[in-house]
Design a protein around this ligand. Structure first.
Ligand code: C2E
Ligand code: CA
Ligand code: CA
Length: 590
């Protein structure tokens, strides 16, 4: 018999061991219950996951699949277990691909991720993303694979759409600039061929957009795109470059004349009008063309040079494709230099004003003056306003310059009035940038006040383009000036986008018929018809008419024949300095 304390100890030990065992037993039972519960939860979770889930052994036989899996293959779960992909897939090539992924997962002991287009038993294709991972036993040996596959068709579709949008223009469905650059870069790598880049800009699109509304503008762009798409072939790309500009590239070989053919076709696209709300709109475009390799090797250079050529086409109103020549780039450089000199010129007082008489041919009397800007540089050369005004408009200097012109003209009128001279209305040319300035009229009225000049001695000359931009605001602005008795005339009338339907709405006084219609008027019956129509139109709207650029006696006679009395041009006088005017034209007030 063991001593008591040992017995007690043994008993206590047994008791403790028993209770531990009991505790363990209870615990194990609980764990087993927990395990079963966890298993049930996991099973429920797996069957509710919308993805396909499976387990396979090392031989790629299915050990477990979820509901979604059996549904996707239209085979009951029990019939899948123990089978391989070769047994359950209709497409054996596809099964082989799955099998190879399994092998890869087992071999590399790493996750394998694939994205593939799968054609289901119903023949429908769907994108699937599959992840396979190896499963290990407690000795870290690979015993099989676990897989999860997800339908990513929606994501793929969204990705495709995003990719499409990144390379296409939403409105016209044409490739965009990025896409164009990518495509043309390939063509440029082919050494034997030439690649022409044609930049096409719609003329007066902004005016049309502003006057008819953006919806109509969009319709025009869609229609033009539709026409341009007909030019696309394996050598020709058409893309949208920016708002109203399109780019066409054409790859060709020296001996063929496909580029000429393309140009003819391109021009033909603008022969028929665009119909908007049952009305016909005749659109025109300017085309600039640069050809690789002569005009550049990169897409960027070709586009830049085509742009310069298009700009020339626009300002010269050409009706054909203008080819890039180095001179255009030189001109640009010259204009940039001019732009940089403008500020200094103002400081050095290199600007001055001259005044060209406007005459009544019937009475041979002075009816007005047009102020015209002159720039005599420090080295005594004259720079034409036709050259530097557009530069000043582009770099914003026109605001300072325009302000100086208003002040100088009004000060001059004050000087003449103070000298007791009879002063006719004097006109000032105002450019779009200047007119758009928020305080343009405030400044104008302030200067009128400062020099005590009655409004009816001032006339503002605006071009059609300026007037048609933001028509509602412009009308308000013009009314504001006319309430001060300032006259308004449309300069270069007939050359812009004449939306004649707006004419009655515009608070204006005079139409200045552009010199292009007047030059050789006596020899050009078409221009005679145009001029007569303008005169008729003006009479209907109670507007006065003046012809500008009358140089010869013949032109004068023909102008008079067209019922125009007011004349401006070299026939009567070139623009004069104040001293010359005072001597030849200005008389004392009666
Ligand atoms: P514009 O407003 O159409 O001015 C008329 C232009 O035609 C002037 O050229 C004038 O000298 C010229 N001209 C007048 N009669 C005849 C003629 O019989 N034959 C020919 N061949 N030309 C004639 P200019 O002064 O060189 O001005 C050119 C353009 O520069 C102007 O065209 C106008 O757009 C702009 N400009 C001139 N001065 C100003 C100004 O003060 N402000 C603004 N914003 N622009 C101005
Ligand atoms: Ca003018
Ligand atoms: Ca003019």
């Amino acid at each position: 018999m063991p001593p008591l304390h040992i017995s007690i100890s043994i008993t206590v030990f047994l008791l403790v061991a028993l209770s531990i065992t009991a505790f363990h037993l209870i615990n194990m039972k609980r764990k087993y219950r927990d395990l079963r519960q966890t298993h049930r939860h996991l099973h429920s979770l797996i069957s509710h996951i919308p993805d396909l889930i499976w387990l396979k052994d090392k031989q790629s036989r299915f050990l477990l699949v979820n509901k979604q899996f059996s549904r996707a293959f239209s085979i009951p779960e029990q019939q899948i277990l123990g089978k391989t992909d070769f047994d359950i897939c209709d497409d054996q090539t596809q099964a082989m691909a799955y099998y190879e992924d399994d092998l890869k997962t087992l071999r590399e002991k790493q996750m394998v991720r694939t994205e593939e287009l799968i054609t289901g038993s119903d023949g429908c294709a769907a994108w699937s993303e599959t992840i396979k991972v190896p499963i290990f036993d407690e000795h870290n040996q690979v015993v099989g694979t676990a897989g999860i596959a997800r339908d990513i068709s929606k994501r793929k579709k969204a990705e495709r759409q995003m990719l499409y949008l990144a390379y296409h223009d939403d409105l016209t469905d044409l490739p965009n600039r990025i896409s164009f650059t990518r495509q043309i870069s390939k063509a440029l790598q082919q050494p034997e061929s030439h690649v022409a880049v044609i930049l096409l800009g719609l003329n007066h699109f902004k005016t049309l957009n502003d006057s008819l509304g953006h919806a109509c503008g969009d319709q025009v762009l869609i229609e033009i795109s539709r026409r341009l798409k007909t030019l696309i072939d394996e050598h020709t790309i058409v893309a949208r470059y920016s708002g109203d500009e399109f780019i066409i590239s054409h790859q060709y070989y020296k001996q063929d004349n496909s580029l000429e053919r393309l140009q003819t076709l391109l021009l033909q696209q603008f022969e028929s009008p665009v119909i908007l709300e049952e009305l016909n709109y005749n659109l025109s475009a300017s085309f600039g063309i640069a050809v690789a390799p002569d005009d550049g090797h990169s897409c960027e250079t070709l586009l830049k040079n085509a742009d310069l050529a298009m700009y020339q086409s626009k300002i010269n109103k050409h009706k054909h494709c203008v080819y890039f020549v180095q001179e255009f780039a030189d001109q640009l450089l010259y204009k940039m230099k001019l732009g940089n000199q403008l500020h200094q010129a103002m400081k050095n007082q290199e600007f001055s004003l001259v005044y060209q008489p406007k005459m009544n041919s019937k009475t041979n009397t002075l009816v007005g003056l047009e102020s015209l800007l002159r720039w005599k540089t420090a080295d005594h050369s004259w720079i034409s306003p036709a050259d530097f005004i557009p530069v000043a408009e582009q770099n914003g200097f026109i605001i300072e310059l325009g302000g100086w012109i208003i002040k100088s003209v009004l000060r001059q009128i004050r000087i003449w009035l103070d000298q007791g001279l009879q002063v006719p209305p004097v006109s000032i040319n105002v450019s779009a940038v200047q007119l758009k300035q928020p305080h343009f009229t405030d400044y104008l009225f302030q200067q009128l006040q400062r020099y005590q000049i009655p409004g009816d001695l001032l006339e503002i000359e605006l071009t059609e383009g300026v007037l048609m931009e933001n028509i509602e605001e412009t009308i308000e602005l013009l009314n504001k000036m006319r309430r001060r008795a300032i006259r308004i005339s449309i300069d270069d009338f007939g050359t812009g986008y004449s939306s004649l339907s707006y004419l009655p709405q515009l608070p204006i006084d005079t139409l200045k018929i552009d010199r292009t219609f007047i030059t050789n008027l006596h020899l050009n019956s078409d221009n005679q018809k145009i001029v007569k129509t303008i005169v008729h139109l003006a009479a209907n709207f109670n507007l006065s008419v003046i012809a500008e650029g009358v140089e010869t006696k013949e032109e004068l006679e023909e102008t008079i024949n067209c019922q125009i009395d007011h004349i401006q041009g070299y026939f009567y006088s070139r623009p004069l300095t104040t001293a010359e005017l005072e001597e030849k034209y200005l008389t004392p007030r009666p």
